[in-house]
Ligand binder design. Structure first.
Ligand SMILES: [Zn+2]
Length: 393
């Protein structure tokens, strides 16, 4: 029997930080078939993989996926063991603090207790909302983010009781726009942020920056789905270079990859600076594409629910078509509850027939292989195994 428990995120990052490879991190919001497909592709290509869900997606109430941290962790561990794949991490994505109030921080600490108990091996603290645009210097703009990020990082360290873990932090809000377009993280912001955290004895492996991507599916002004080609490669390289020069051990985590053409990722992404790439909505899109054909009745039920419940909100937010409303809001379906707290679609989704599960698995398998290839990740797991051998002596 091998050991198929999740590997600490910091060990994976340390092993690969100068290997010109991107670790794929998958937010698998609907795990049915898809989790196994990705694990099998990781094994086939010997690529490191991370599985992650954000606080909004998974928490002790279920979150919008309906998966509690313990459920997600168990499913990942069981699948790793069934497939027989060893080099993967369990990451808590977007542990988001929006205001930085004591109550909010307390609530976050309770969630961290749950995550640590569920064997998470990596954590992303996201206090990017605390960036203060009113201030004049970079230090002042970032001071609240630095302070709260450090407090939460210390808390994780304490709770992990000497166990190793990966740490990601977030300097600029992903997808934020102002009058002149996307707000981009500057090299100075990234460097000051990490240096200040280092001064407080917090040493992140990864930093999420705002570099032109948007979370989720994107649409044009008529509400038609479009590809994402907005990631600013030049700015990413500038930030990456500054980080390597000034703080050495922290690499970039690229958020919001869904919709970015894979050949563009493969040819243009600066792999010497980007170490982790998050792919979330893509896997959910696969689920609904397969469901649309293989169980049209449930697909109709879910899309009807999405349109009924989110049309008003979506139109206020500028959605231009039913396609766009569904693409942006269907994520809330799998964990949706009725007024009595009963899950609406969860049991139907997770009891779908075997042939549908197989199709989902096969589809996820082939897509994951393409991602690993475009992330230059094929063979990366062996590099981590070698690193593990070295550090364990
Ligand atoms: Zn993200």
């Amino acid at each position: 029997m091998g050991n198929f428990k999740p590997v600490p995120g910091n060990i994976i990052c340390d092993a690969l930080k100068d290997e010109k490879t991107i670790i794929m991190a998958c937010n698998v919001r609907v795990t049915k078939g898809i989790l196994r497909g990705i694990f099998k592709a990781a094994k086939k290509s010997d690529s490191v993989v991370m599985f992650e869900l954000a606080k909004s997606e998974s928490n002790p109430d279920g979150g919008y996926t309906g998966l509690k941290p313990k459920d997600f962790s168990e499913q990942c561990r069981e699948t790793a063991s069934e497939v027989g794949f060893d080099i993967w991490a369990l990451h808590a994505d977007h542990l988001t603090i929006k205001k930085g109030t004591p109550e909010e921080i307390e609530e976050m600490k309770k969630l961290i207790d749950v995550l640590v108990k569920a064997d998470y091996t990596s954590f992303a603290i996201d206090c990017s909302f605390l960036f203060d645009f009113e201030k004049n210097t970079v230090e002042e703009e970032l001071s609240k983010n630095i302070e709260v990020t450090a407090e939460i990082a210390k808390y994780i360290e304490e709770k992990m009781q000497g166990k190793e873990f990966g740490l990601e932090v977030e300097v600029g809000e992903i997808g934020k726009k102002n009058e002149s377009g996307m707000v981009l993280t500057t090299p100075e912001e990234a460097v000051v942020f990490i240096k200040e955290l280092n001064k407080r004895k917090v040493f992140p492996n990864l930093i999420a920056i705002a570099n032109g991507s948007t979370h989720g599916n994107i649409y044009d002004e008529r509400g038609k789905a479009t590809e994402q080609i907005s990631i600013n490669i030049e700015q990413t390289i500038a930030v990456g270079k500054a980080l390597k020069k000034e703080v050495s051990n922290t690499r970039i985590a690229q958020h919001g990859i869904t919709g970015t053409p894979r050949e563009l990722i493969k040819r243009k992404f600066p792999v010497e600076f980007i170490l982790k790439g998050n792919v979330g909505t893509f896997w959910q899109n696969i689920f609904y594409e397969v469901l649309k054909t293989m169980n049209h009745e449930l697909y109709e039920e879910i899309t009807k629910w999405t349109l009924e419940n989110f049309r008003e909100k979506a139109e206020k937010a500028g959605c231009k078509s039913d396609e766009e409303i569904i693409g942006k809001y269907i994520k809330y379906a799998s964990g949706a509850k009725d007024e009595n707290g009963k899950l609406l679609f969860f049991d139907k989704i997770y009891s779908l027939e075997k042939n549908i599960e197989k199709a989902l698995e096969a589809r996820a398998y082939s897509e994951a292989l393409i991602f690993f290839e475009s992330f230059h990740a094929v063979g990366s797991a062996e590099k981590v195994r070698q690193h593990l051998k070295r550090i364990k002596g």
